[in-house]
Design a protein around this ligand. Structure first.
Ligand code: FES
Length: 102
């Protein structure tokens, strides 16, 4: 288990290894757009991992390609539907406009 903290709301939740960031965000009653329902096709679940990057899975080629088409590759950018918790450290993410459904 590791702790997910969601900014800017400050909501947090205990998350089991293997859980996607998207599932954890939704379980924490946070709003996030996810139009393709986790198929790495829409990019609307884009979030920033602000702390604990080693606590989530490595970026896969499909996710990398999708991020490159929507925001360009940044070291903090992830698709919440593709990144999973490893359970090795706590993770803080940030939802900003595009990914938060605002
Ligand atoms: S929900 Fe569409 S890319 Fe994540």
């Amino acid at each position: 288990m590791s702790t997910l903290t969601i900014m800017p709301s400050g909501k947090s939740a205990e998350v089991a290894a293997g859980t996607t960031l998207l599932a954890a965000i939704l379980a924490a009653d946070e709003t996030i757009t996810h139009k393709c329902e986790g198929k790495a096709a829409c990019g609307t679940c884009h979030i920033y991992v602000q702390e604990g990057r080693k606590g989530v899975s490595r970026i896969a080629r499909e996710e990398n390609e999708r991020l490159d088409t929507i925001v360009g590759i940044g070291s903090k950018s992830r698709l919440a539907c593709q990144a999973t918790f490893l359970g090795t450290e706590d993770v803080k993410i940030e939802l900003l406009g595009f990914g938060s459904g605002l």
